[in-house]
Design a protein around this ligand. Structure first.
Ligand code: FMN
Length: 192
């Protein structure tokens, strides 16, 4: 599979096989499957076990799906039309116990999302995280509290045929994934 990560060292298959798909099939996702993904997310670590992540989800052809989809930027709208579900992740900016700012809220929501998409991979579901959305529109549409900041939307679905996509999405779907060499992300390591 062209998208499988070609790693130098033997990382988990789950990590090698996860990628951000855009071509989704007609197969639906059930509420139970989404709740499974959200439960996986809930087991991520977080600063002070605050669990600042919050999730809303909508299955395709529901009004909620349309509302989330309309908040996406034009570059994300064409291919997300066929997603089986959209998930909105937000983060609670302040600690519940004392109202103090939680510097790690975005970090911890990202951790939860990593758990979510890896659980999805295990279940044969592809998750594609997106920051390309209109933040103000999303805050207004979902009446987010002052304390709750949007983190990302996640498109979910089973894999479909890349031929269904228009350019530039088709090419992106069929191009191998790349990463910086690990030397580049450990700049001061004496090993390199
Ligand atoms: C916070 C975040 C925001 C992203 N926003 C978008 C987006 O708006 N549209 C999109 O197509 N992909 C988006 N991506 C997906 C990245 O482009 C993708 O993860 C990256 O190119 C690596 O590809 P891979 O996930 O297939 O390994 C986003 C990913 C993250 C983590």
């Amino acid at each position: 599979m062209v998208k499988t990560a070609q790693t130098r060292l033997p990382v988990l298959d789950l990590i090698r096989n996860r990628w951000s798909a855009r071509a989704f099939s007609e197969k639906n996702i059930t509420d139970e499957q989404i709740l499974t993904l959200i439960e996986a997310a809930s087991w991520a670590p977080s600063a002070n076990n605050e669990q600042p992540w919050r999730y809303r989800y909508a299955l395709k052809e529901s009004p909620g799906f349309q509302h989330m989809w309309e908040c996406l930027l034009p570059g994300n709208q064409p291919w997300t039309r066929k997603a089986a579900a959209l998930v909105l992740c937000t983060a609670k900016k302040n600690y519940t116990r004392n109202g103090q700012p939680n510097y790690y809220a975005m970090h911890d929501a990202g951790m939860a999302n990593a758990f979510l998409i890896l659980q999805a991979t295990e279940m044969g579901i592809y998750g594609h995280i997106m920051a390309g959305f209109n933040k103000e529109k999303l805050q207004e549409t979902f009446q987010l509290a002052e304390d709750e900041t949007p983190v990302c939307l996640i498109a979910l679905g089973f894999l479909g045929d890349p031929e269904q996509l228009d350019e530039p999405f088709k090419t992106r779907e069929t191009t191998p994934r790349t990463r910086m060499a690990i030397e580049a992300i450990i700049p001061d390591s004496p090993q390199f």
